[in-house]
Structures are given as C-alpha cells and as structure tokens.
Design a protein around this ligand. Sequence first.
Ligand SMILES: NC(=O)CC[C@H](N)C(=O)O
Length: 383
Amino acid sequence: MIMAMAKGQPALLVLADGTTFEGLSFGAKGTTVGEVVFNTGMTGYQEVLTDPSYCGQIVTFTYPELGNTGVNPDDEESEKPQVKGVIARNITYRPSNWRSTESLPDYLIRHNIIGIYGIDTRALTRKIRSVGAINGIISTETLDKGELLRQVQSAPSMAGLNLVKEVTTREIYEWSTPTDSHWNFNTNNGETSQEGLTVVAIDFGVKRNILRRLASYGCKIIVVPADTPPEDILKYNPDGIFLSNGPGDPSAVTEGVSTVKALIEQGKPTFGICMGHQILGLSLGAETFKLKFGHRGLNQPCGLKEKVEITSQNHGFAVTEKSLDAEVEITHLNLNDRTVAGLSHKNLPFFSVQYHPEASPGPHDADYLFEKFVNLMKENKGQ
Ligand SMILES: NC(=O)CC[C@H](N)C(=O)O
C-alpha cells in the first residue's frame, strides 16, 4: 500500500456539492467530469470498465483493492474502456494472474482514462447514497478546488442524456462466437447448440458476453446500429429481436423507442436487457424514472414469490411500475427496493429484464433467460 501510494501524483476529486477528496493519480493525466456512481462487485473490474453502459460515468469501486489480477484481452466487454474515470481505495502496479497481460494503471494510461486512488470509497459511497446521483470531477492537473467546482457544476446531469450515439456500432456486423469452451456452462454441458436461429440485436451499447451467450444457445446474431430503420431490420427476416443494454437516459432514446414500437407490431419474439428492457417498456407505453443512486453490483436479489435470482446489475433508471399497461405483467422485482426488474407481455412474445443474465461479471442464476428466448423463437417458428 505504502509503496503503491508513493507512485501517484496528487489528484483531486470534487463533487458538484463541493465535497472534496484528495488522492493520488493512476492512469492517464488530465481532468475528467462525469456522473459518479459506485459498483459493489468484488470481481470483474475490467468487464465493468469496458461495459458501454458506463459511458459518461466515473466509477467508484467499493471493493478496496483494484488491479490485483491485471487485465487481459479476453475480458473486454467492448473494444475499449468506456468509463469517464476510475476511483479506487487502493490499486496495484504489479498484478498476479495467469491471464494477465498488462497492469490496470498501464491499461488506463494506454486508453487515456484518468484514475484516482487513496480515496475513502466508503465515505464517498455513503455520500452518494445519501445525496443521490451526483456529478464529479477528477483532476491531476488543476488542484484548485474552486476552479474544479465551477467546471463540475456546469456539466449536464445524466437525466435527459442520450448517450447511445457515442457507443452504438457504426457498421452492421454478424456475431457467431460462443462463450469459450473453458467457461461455457448450462448449454449442453458446455457444447454450443445449433438452433439455426437468426436474431437481430439492436446495439444501444451491447456487451460482448450477451452476444456470446446468444451464440452459445444457437443463435446467429446480426448486430445493427441503434438508428437502423425497422424496415431494414425486418429485411433480415429475423426469428427474434434483441434489445441491448446501453448508457444514458432511456427516455431520451426516442428514435430507438419508435423503432421498437414499429417492430413489436410484427409480433416477433423480443428480448430486452437493461436499457433494452427500459426501451421495451417505453415502447409498450410505460414511463421510466431516475433512481436515487442506481443499482450496480453482482448480488442484487430479484424475484416475485417463490424463486429469487441473484443478479448482476448496472443501471440508474427504472421502469415506473404504475405506468404499466394492463397487458404487461411484472415478472421480477428488485427485492432491495421493489422496483420493476422484469416484464413480459401477457399475450405477445416479448419479455425483458433490468438485470444482466449474461453476468460478466456476476452470477449465472439468470442465464436460463437466453434459453427462454430461444424457446420463444422456436415456438413462434412452429419448431
Ligand atoms: N446497463 C444498462 O443498460 C443501463 C441502462 C440505463 N443507461 C440506466 O442507467 O438505467
């Protein structure tokens, strides 16, 4: 700890209410502004950093040691880290893991991402839990608190922000790579199934492990940019439509909502995860709202009565329960705060979850949802 501490240069974290934390820099140098959120997972920092849903956010890890297992090319959930910054209690410059190819500080420098450590992340998390979502600024170049406060106070709030255009794919591409056989589980004792189903995935900021899980369950996936018109999507004659996770405020993604509204009129099986769940809800006439500080971690309990799933989550918005149409059924609640965590249409083959069944990182309790989607597509096809 002391050796690691000696390496960083002084850095400041200033929240929009003026609360200031002094720390040390790791990663790139400079100044960065974003919504400060906390993730309570004890593993999976690389997957978190590269999850496009974190675009625009500075992530605080409540687990106090960051970087112990380094980073490696296989654990990237997208082509680069997507966060605006990283906050840690302590970090390591010397990782130890058979899969590690680089240290976390070197990786962040290479991708120009600013990090600050030596922060009392418990105090910071308690602050966010009491005041709610708040913007923050990290700087390694200006240690003038007043100047940083002025900058952070002029940054936009996450509410109302459409960030999908920052992360959606520019090109249409096909994905057929399943989960690596070392890690494959549930599907035919680790074998990839061959269902021959075609899924169009609308990319609001998709995580790679979702695509791998769909491929392991036998789907060929065509990933399309979020602004692809519904007619172009239907040209692929898909067996099902997948709506991905993604960053920002779902209610600001108006084009995505209109596309999904047009697609669900066709009655094709549709599965949404996280932002995809919120967009399906909005398309079915519901509303969304911003949670006080969101759910980000790997042990969020969800269920209704008999069965509880421990789930991986990363979201700051949720579907408003009271706004749901009578045709829409709640399949899961988040059992910590009883917000809506899963939906399905009573008569049509549409369902969605607010959490991440693909995990990465996190528990695999909800992996069965990919199979449910495949079965819906098979039924719909008359197989
Ligand atoms: N992981 C996600 O898809 C997040 C959805 C949305 N951006 C939210 O914060 O609620």
